[in-house]
Design a protein around this ligand. Structure first.
Ligand SMILES: O=C(O)C(=O)C[C@]1(C(=O)O)C=C[C@@H](O)C=C1
Length: 372
């Protein structure tokens, strides 16, 4: 008989009993502390309402980022920093729902990675509302039907989501936050599907591309069919005995599919960055990013004049994308991300230098760098 199967000795049993008593006491303390924290949040809501009865803003991305960063910095262990931050993420999510329940629109349907990103960022207490297209997420926020939206912006293997960039050119919606999600693709099918009989694999075009090598090696015979989203792929294969879908875990749970093969993505650190959009301007958190859209005249040296102020004022640019301008005639708009907040002195100096040569500068928002 192995040691682990032996009945515990009297001494072990006594220790187990004592440890469980200690856990019970600690749980009571945690319970009381969480309740006190929730009372504070309710009081915060009252203060916010008193200060601005018509337009009180309950969700504070900068404050949430500070709370989570501090948890990670001060975590004494043995739980890992991220595990601990996730627990606090949920406590704050519940506190915010007590202050004011939040509704967030996302690129649907239900079960997409974007929904997963929304839950990761806001926690489980947020109500999520699926929208059929990226610009409809923007519209829903603009119309005030929901307070915030979540849209994909770039994938580490497939690059930027042009549709999201283009929508920012014409919209007045702000960026209030960002969240990154590790993307794991799984091959899934209905319970009656025999792996060897699969003749079709459905998924979003980007996901099919992200799993191309795996499909070439393991399912060369199967036809690859691109559909609107991974969740849509999962929904379709529910009733087809010879098809499989490539999607995330949430979709397999939602549509009762069995995962045949996990993590089939070609690149092991495949991740997607999502933006949180809303109507508010966000205060500094101490670790912020800013996004701009700039249109320049189509003339020699334009890009040099755009980039020089970043160097002159020590602003760290993290991303530069160009897109054709909607006004046509071969002009371009530039999307720029940099480290810092529009309230920082060096950022203000850089922005006023850029405004001297640009046709238009639109600040999409300053927001805390993703913590989780
Ligand atoms: O500090 C605030 O403004 C709060 O509303 C409290 C709290 C929290 O639970 O810590 C809740 C929601 C906000 O998004 C940020 C923080």
């Amino acid at each position: 008989m192995s040691e682990s199967n032996q009945t515990p000795s009297k001494a072990d049993e006594t220790e187990l009993l004592q440890l469980r008593q200690e856990i019970d006491q600690l749980d009571q303390e945690i319970l009381n502390l969480i309740s006190r924290r929730a009372q504070c949040a309710l009081r915060v809501a009252e203060v916010k309402m008193k200060a601005d009865p018509g337009q009180a803003v309950f969700y504070r991305p900068e404050r949430e980022a500070q709370v989570l960063s501090r948890v990670m910095e001060r975590n004494p262990g043995p739980l890992g920093n991220e595990d601990m931050a996730r627990l606090f993420r949920e406590i704050m999510s519940a506190c915010l729902a007590l202050e004011r329940p939040l509704e967030v629109a996302y690129l649907g349907p239900e079960g997409t990675f974007t929904q997963q990103a929304a839950k990761k960022h806001f926690g489980q207490w947020v109500k999520t509302k699926p929208m059929p297209a990226i610009d409809e997420v923007f519209r829903e926020v603009d119309a005030g039907a929901v307070q915030y939206g979540v849209v994909p912006i770039e994938n580490s293997t497939e690059g930027v989501v042009n549709h999201t960039l283009d929508t920012f050119i014409t919209s007045n919606i702000k960026i209030v936050g960002e969240v990154e999600l590790r993307i794991h693709h799984h091959l899934m099918a209905g319970p009656n599907t025999n792996r060897d009989k699969i003749t079709r694999v459905y998924s979003h075009q980007q996901s099919l591309a992200q799993c191309r090598k795996w499909l070439d090696a393991h399912m060369p015979q199967a036809e690859r069919i691109a559909v609107n989203s991974n969740a849509e792929a999962a929904r379709r294969v529910q009733g087809e005995w010879n098809s499989a879908a490539i999607a995330g875990e949430m979709a397999s749970e939602l549509y009762d599919l069995e995962i045949i093969e996990t993590k089939i993505e070609d690149s092991p650190d495949n991740s997607t960055r999502f933006l949180i959009i809303g109507a508010q301007e966000v205060d500094t958190s101490g670790a912020d990013k800013t996004s701009l859209v700039v249109s320049m005249r189509n003339e020699p040296g334009a890009l040099y004049h755009l980039l020089k102020p970043f160097n002159d004022f020590g602003v760290d640019m993290t991303r530069l994308e160009s897109r054709p301008s909607p006004s046509g005639n071969w002009t371009y708009v530039f999307f720029i991300d940099f480290v810092g907040h529009t309230r920082d002195a060096n950022v203000q100096e850089a922005l006023s230098a850029i405004r001297k040569t640009a046709v238009e500068v639109k600040v999409l928002g300053s927001y805390p760098k993703g913590v989780l």
